[in-house]
Design a protein. Structure first.
Length: 401
């Protein structure tokens, strides 16, 4: 099955269920250009792949299909070769790189972070609160995380719109993916030059002061990974959680004033509509068996995070609330999982964004039928293309900060 098409956006749960029924826990799929890969849908199998870096390496150079990859392959930014970022390093080098990132992020003050998120959220809400109607994804969810990240990383706030477009083009894997990566590379290079000249207490300055002697190219690549991983999934976490709260009877009754329901909805989304659906990938270092499949050395394994979260052996009753269970794969697993400080940052920003919006516009309601909502076309991410809402017009707070 091609890992693309309308069905992947409109009914991914049903699609993964059918793939599991027809192929088992490890399903054969095709990427753009007809390139083969294995989509790991089983919870236990995904745990095995992500937990055994010796057998299933993050070294993309092992892929046995590189000779068939065209120069203009649109998935190249997401499945790179010879890229010096933390995503593709292994062993001790990876541990040092990941440790540098974690230390730089861990030093972010969570109280200051929450204040930044609320400040920017209020500013964004001020831009549409008097209108009585708006589109949440483009005017709010896609703008908030990158503005907060820009502040803590050291980027000028005015660079936000260009970075947002570049990040969206890159993660969607569309025709603008390569241009998006080029834009980000230039923006990051300029930031590094500035921080070399005038350091600070931001994330980028802390990474430049690391004791392991990484090159600017390596740090730049890691920053681009951090930007992609920090912005788009958090934006989708906001949008997907709001959609759940506005359309699901389990949350609708407690929408106004129900801050507890915000945390519940955010956790439920990480099971049911996780922003990161599939991840590329791991590569088999030798011939092996996974599930019932014979895997050849160099085969690509796609991490089917959404499919594994819905594995019926793990979630026998998918209609029941998970009750705070956080055994999902949404942040990955193993040595290449999302660093814990990055998870905390994403959660603080997403929750602050949702709570500010609901506090400011307590009668927020969906402005179109639920079935009219559409999802962005991406094999990797799950996020709404639009979320039109209506509400009682409210006054702007103004420049209160």
């Amino acid at each position: 099955m091609p890992l693309s098409g309308v069905r992947l956006q409109s009914d991914p749960t049903g699609l993964y269920r059918e793939l599991r029924r027809d192929h088992g826990a490890v399903a054969p799929v095709l990427l753009d250009g007809g390139l083969p890969a294995w989509l790991v849908l089983g919870y236990r199998e995904l745990h095995q792949v992500t937990g055994d870096p010796t057998l299933f390496s993050r070294d993309s150079g092992l892929w046995n299909q590189w000779d068939n990859v065209p120069d203009d392959w649109p998935m190249a930014p997401m499945i790179g070769r010879d890229q010096p970022s933390v995503l593709y390093t292994v062993g001790e080098q990876h541990r040092e790189r990941a440790g540098t990132i974690s230390e730089a992020l861990e030093a972010v003050d969570p109280f200051a972070l929450k204040r930044y998120a609320e400040e920017f959220a209020d500013e964004l809400v001020d831009g549409f609160c008097a209108e009585g109607r708006t589109e949440i994804i483009s005017r709010y969810a896609k703008l908030l995380p990158v503005r907060v990240l820009a502040r803590i990383y050291g980027f000028p706030d005015e660079q936000g719109p260009g970075v947002v477009k570049a990040l969206n083009d890159l993660t969607d894997g569309n025709a603008g993916a390569l241009a998006g990566r080029h834009f980000l590379a230039e923006a990051v290079a300029a930031l590094l030059r500035e921080k070399h000249a005038v350091g600070g207490q931001d994330v980028v300055s802390r990474m430049l002061r690391n004791p392991h002697g990484f090159t600017d190219e390596e740090i730049a690549e890691d920053l681009m990974v951090m930007m992609v991983a920090g912005h788009q999934p958090t934006a989708d976490w906001i949008g997907n959680s709001l959609r759940l709260m506005l359309t699901d009877d389990r949350f609708a009754a407690s929408l106004s004033g129900g801050r507890h329901s915000v945390a519940e909805a955010m956790n439920e989304v990480l099971w049911e509509d996780t922003p990161t659906q599939n991840v590329a990938g791991r590569w088999a270092t030798r011939d092996t068996t996974l599930g019932t499949r014979r895997i050849k050395a160099g085969d690509m394994m796609l991490l089917g995070i959404a499919g594994a979260n819905y594995d019926p052996q793990i979630r026998m009753d998918s209609s029941a609330l998970t009750g705070g269970n956080n055994a999902f794969f949404s942040f990955g697993h193993g040595e290449h999982r999302c660093p814990f400080p990055a998870q905390e940052i994403a959660e603080i920003v997403a929750r602050a964004g949702i709570e500010v919006l609901l506090d400011r516009l307590p009668d927020l309601d969906l402005a179109v039928p639920t079935e009219a909502l559409t999802w962005r076309r991406s094999p990797w991410q799950r996020g709404l293309a639009e979320l039109p809402v209506s509400f009682t017009p409210a006054p702007a707070y103004g420049a209160a900060y």
